[in-house]
Design a protein around this ligand. Sequence first.
Ligand code: ADP
Length: 168
Amino acid sequence: TRMVPSRSMSLHGSRGLCMAMERTYIMAKPDAVQRGLVSDIIGRFEKKGYKLVALKLVKPARSLLEEHYDSLKDKAFFPSLMDYMTSGPVVAMVWEGKNVVATGRTMLGATNPLESAPGTIRGDFSIEVGRNICHGSDSVENAEREIKLWFGEGTIDWSSHSQGWIYE
Ligand code: ADP
């Protein structure tokens, strides 16, 4: 793999390797906030070893969600998705680490909670696809797009002391 050294997106492992780090957009949806599941979602990413680089509580405007879910605008469930997502505050966050986009999706579980494996966030805490408590970017390109959309102000560049115990 080609290494992409950049100060904000890389870290030096204990062997001195410079590893390219990926970032993903994760969101606790309004039902997660209402049900007190925010800490569980954050806790799983934190305990896994991923690094939190942005976090905020937002009551998103419909226009922001329409842009976020632009690829779904022709779906029959789109109006109910907009009602659900504008029903209360969400917790928007950006997590950084090796393969975090795909692994983040695995941690969330399948879109339909009845098909999400036990042990995943959706599999453990939800039942209906229209109340599936969390969002995670589905590709590196979409992650970049969503991070820009939700965090125009940028993310926080900080060095985590635990990384040398998480990456070899
Ligand atoms: P994901 O969130 O897993 O990336 P999608 O991008 O396909 O899945 O859908 C976005 C969100 O829209 C889902 O998380 C879910 O809340 C909602 N959704 C998807 N499919 C349906 C459906 N068939 N009925 C109702 N809501 C749906």
